[in-house]
Design a protein around this ligand. Structure first.
Ligand code: PMP
Length: 398
């Protein structure tokens, strides 16, 4: 049957982990991994999650199916966390929301919905973007193009390029925006720049889809990270919103996320919800319950929510601290290059500006592994390996 099936290429990030695992050096570092690691390089289970686990266990819950749209309490808490409890669209019941299989699932449901109900439109994603964006749209039958985003000259934002490309897209296009902690570059627009983009998207009647995979994880404040999304909503955009609770709650493998769509009226919201259900039913029927229960238990409990805020800030602060530490050691070991982009960028990832050849040298001479685009996951750095990393980066860049 399958002799015509050819072996496909491996995911480049997987390749980094395979090379890292094969290396027997005690000083090896894996900077490819897209998941938070603590000071000891270990995965981190949040204390608030452990407490929620216990509460759920003690409540003696059953394991019946969730409704197609997922757990109702999770859905409303999730949207309120992103848009703010006093968001008018929430009060006016104009938002259709469904629980999804983490951020990826939210994006996939969004793309499937757009293919069916907003046909013939092209989705514009930043260049570069999280690789899965391109594939998700393409596999859902939505054409994808990119808009300028990254400026390799200063490892920052190419705002003019971004603005011009969004302006040049046909009216009513789909514009995908990373709400905060852009992956892979770590480069985010300023609030003043977000305001200009919002106005432009209004003038162009674009449909704006936010990918919000890092709320709280970028700055340490869930409210601050939500500012761009809330700004667009306040400006009257009927945005689509894809949320993930993988990073900020450390619930990676639980696959917990949400897709919501702001509509014009409560009736429209109900109609959209009904169609989302029709889309989801033949894909996976209904979502898993455990992650939804964990997030819902935390966000409906004042004490646990406070603890979550402290813990997500702890993760964000550790990452910000490691950026500062890396720059400090680079200077200390004699690098005279401008590394300010390392601290200007935000979130788990940093686009270092290292060339593919320099990345190869880091692996072969120093046992340090990252993708060849020069992206490092700051989560892989800790106080024990940061100086070694700085020395190695200096050695390959001088
Ligand atoms: N969007 C972006 C920008 C991401 O970086 C990620 C995680 N790497 C996701 C979405 C989705 O991740 P998940 O499906 O694990 O929530």
């Amino acid at each position: 049957f399958w002799s015509n099936v050819q072996k496909g290429p491996e995911d480049p990030i997987l390749g980094v982990s395979i090379a890292f695992n094969k290396d027997t050096s005690p000083s090896k570092i894996n900077l490819g991994v897209g998941a938070y690691r603590d000071e000891n390089g270990k995965p981190y289970v949040l204390e608030c999650v452990k407490k929620a686990d216990k509460k759920i266990f003690e409540a003696g819950v059953d394991h019946e199916y969730a409704p197609i749209v997922g757990l109702a309490s999770f859905n409303s808490l999730s949207v309120a966390l992103a848009l703010g409890e006093d968001c008018k669209a929430i009060k006016d019941k104009k938002i259709a929301v469904i629980q999804t299989l983490s951020g990826t699932g939210a994006l996939r449901v969004a793309a499937e919905f757009l293919a069916r109900f907003y046909p013939g439109k092209t989705a514009y994603v930043p260049n570069p973007t999280w690789g899965n964006h391109n594939t998700i749209f393409a596999d859902s039958g939505v054409a994808v193009k990119s808009y300028a985003y990254y400026n390799p000259q200063n490892c920052g934002l190419n705002f003019d390029g971004m603005y011009n490309d969004i302006n040049a897209a046909p009216n009513g296009s789909i514009i995908l925006l990373h709400a905060c902690a852009h992956n892979p570059t770590g480069v985010d627009p300023s609030i003043a720049q977000w305001k200009k983009i919002s106005q432009l998207c209004k003038d162009k009647q674009h449909f704006v889809l936010f990918d919000f995979a890092y709320q709280g994880f970028a700055s340490g404040s869930p409210e601050k990270d939500a500012e761009p999304v809330r700004l667009f909503v306040a400006d009257g955009h009927q945005i689509g919103l894809c949320q993930s609770f993988a990073k900020n709650f450390g619930l990676y493998g639980q696959r917990i996320g949400a897709f919501s769509l702001i509509t014009g009226t409560p009736e429209e919201a109900l109609a959209v919800e009904s169609q989302l259900k029709i889309l989801v039913r033949p894909m996976y029927s209904n979502p898993p319950i455990f992650g939804a229960r964990v997030v819902s238990t935390i966000l409906s409990n004042k004490e646990l929510t406070e603890q979550w805020r402290t813990e997500v800030k702890g993760m964000a602060d550790r990452i910000i601290g490691m950026r500062e530490s890396l720059v400090k050691y680079l200077k200390q070991h004699g690098s005279t290059k401008d590394w300010s982009h390392i601290t200007n960028q935000i979130g788990m990832f940093c686009y270092t500006g290292l060339t593919p050849e320099q990345v190869d040298r880091l692996a072969s001479e120093f046992h340090i592994y990252l993708t060849r685009n020069g992206r490092i996951s700051i989560a892989g750095i800790n106080s024990k390996n940061v100086e070694y990393l700085a020395k190695a980066i200096h050695a390959v860049t001088k």
